[in-house]
Design a protein around this ligand. Structure first.
Ligand code: HEC
Ligand code: HEC
Length: 334
């Protein structure tokens, strides 16, 4: 409920860009677009759509209901609840830095933000279909004006997808202390405990086998900051029960046995902001996550060979959690 209020507040603000630009305490402030260059106009339009609950059946769900700026554009619920009240199977991932991911969703079924953008209308999350949403947008003269300014035409489904994608590409996470430590050569920004956590993360465990610091994208590009994913899919045993997976992950798409129960390695930037964790939101805290890895994951016939018991002591576990927290933007009280 509280989140609904936050979202509708933002939706209102999205219609008054000047008012929004004056909210210094909003985490999303650095994403506010000015109406200027053509790309800005598209992203600005996308921002309006993203926060607009009128694009849902009950007029209470927006993209931002599940991708809430106050939770790093993720959600505090274990799994998503659609506009009609139905519980989904997966936890909404953070959209920070999403523009840099070569595959989207926990199973990687989309390649671009444009391809993904209309799926919440097709899968019932918004409670209305795409055509209905386009109708609603078209009946608002302000939107018609914004579509004309950004794309030179009336509202269309394709235009909505392009605008939502453009907005999401502006969601770049702020510089964290780990960024400063690694890239700007400022060792003193991390406490000795956090520095030990970095050692555990990259050497002792090592988590960075999968949460790679600077992964190479298929197109050869590297994100300018540590992204902490390998863009691949692995089975950790999350969700394995009674000999099966309620959600088979990547296998559901590829039907390759090797991908049974495998999910995409998420980026860990700002993960302190985005509990609960894992595709099904089954781990509540970062401490729980570290405990899970320390125990060697959840044994199942397809467990990744990279997951095994770690035998970390109390200090190493605390160090690892401290390091993970330092991956957040410095304003985060998390
Ligand atoms: C009811 C909750 C809900 C709503 C509303 C919702 N999403 Fe999501 N979103 C999710 C969940 C859950 C996932 C993960 C789904 C999966 O992996 O199958 C997701 C995944 C995504 C991803 C992929 C992120 C990644 O890291 O791979 C993007 C992008 C995204 N949503 C954008 C949007 C946009 C744009 C809208 C509005 C049009 C929207 N979402 C509305 C719950 C929601
Ligand atoms: C074999 C590859 C692999 C290794 C090694 C690995 N991870 Fe992960 N990590 C993943 C995958 C895949 C997921 C998502 C799994 C799922 O949801 O089923 C994940 C999820 C997470 C999450 C949850 C993020 C979120 O937003 O839900 C955290 C935190 C995390 N890992 C931290 C670590 C730490 C700390 C280590 C080292 C102790 C580690 N990982 C080692 C692949 C790996």
């Amino acid at each position: 409920m509280m989140m609904r209020r936050v979202v509708s507040g933002l939706a209102v603000a999205a219609f008054a860009s000047a008012a929004m630009a004056q909210q210094p305490d909003t985490f999303g402030r650095q994403f506010i677009q000015r109406e200027g260059a053509p790309d800005d106009r598209l992203a600005f339009l996308g921002q309006r759509l993203f926060f607009d609950a009128r694009l849902s059946g009950t007029a209470t769900t927006a993209c931002a209901s599940c991708h809430d700026p106050s939770y790093g554009f993720a959600e505090p619920r274990r799994v998503s609840i659609s506009d009609n009240g139905q519980h989904g199977r997966r936890n909404a991932p953070s959209l920070l830095d999403v523009g840099f991911l070569p595959t989207l969703m926990w199973d990687g079924r989309f390649r671009t933000l444009e391809q993904q953008a209309l799926s919440p209308f097709q899968r019932g999350e918004m409670g209305i279909g795409v055509d209905h949403a386009v109708q609603r947008v078209s009946s608002d003269p302000q939107y018609v004006q914004h579509f004309r300014a950004a794309l030179g035409r009336r509202p269309t489904a394709d235009g909505m997808a392009r605008a939502l994608a453009a907005f999401q590409r502006t969601l770049i996470s702020p510089v964290s202390r780990v960024d400063r430590f690694l890239m700007y050569n400022e060792p003193a920004v991390l406490t000795p405990l956090e520095q030990h956590g970095f050692y555990v993360f990259t050497q002792r465990a090592p988590c960075s086998n999968c949460h790679q610091l600077f992964p190479l994208r298929p197109d050869g590009k590297v994100y300018s900051r540590p992204l902490l994913t390998d863009f691949r899919f692995h089975n950790l045993g999350i969700g394995y029960r009674f000999g099966g997976f309620a959600d088979t992950g990547r296998y559901g798409l590829s039907h390759l046995i090797a991908e049974w129960g495998a999910f995409r390695t998420p980026s860990l930037r700002n993960s302190a902001r985005t509990p609960p964790y894992m595709h099904d939101g089954s781990l509540a805290t970062l401490e729980d996550v570290v405990e899970f890895y320390n125990g060697g994951g959840l044994p199942n016939p397809n467990l990744s060979p990279l997951i095994r018991p770690l035998f970390l002591d109390g200090y190493e576990k605390a160090a690892l959690v401290a390091f993970l927290r330092a991956l957040s933007d410095p304003d985060c009280e998390c």
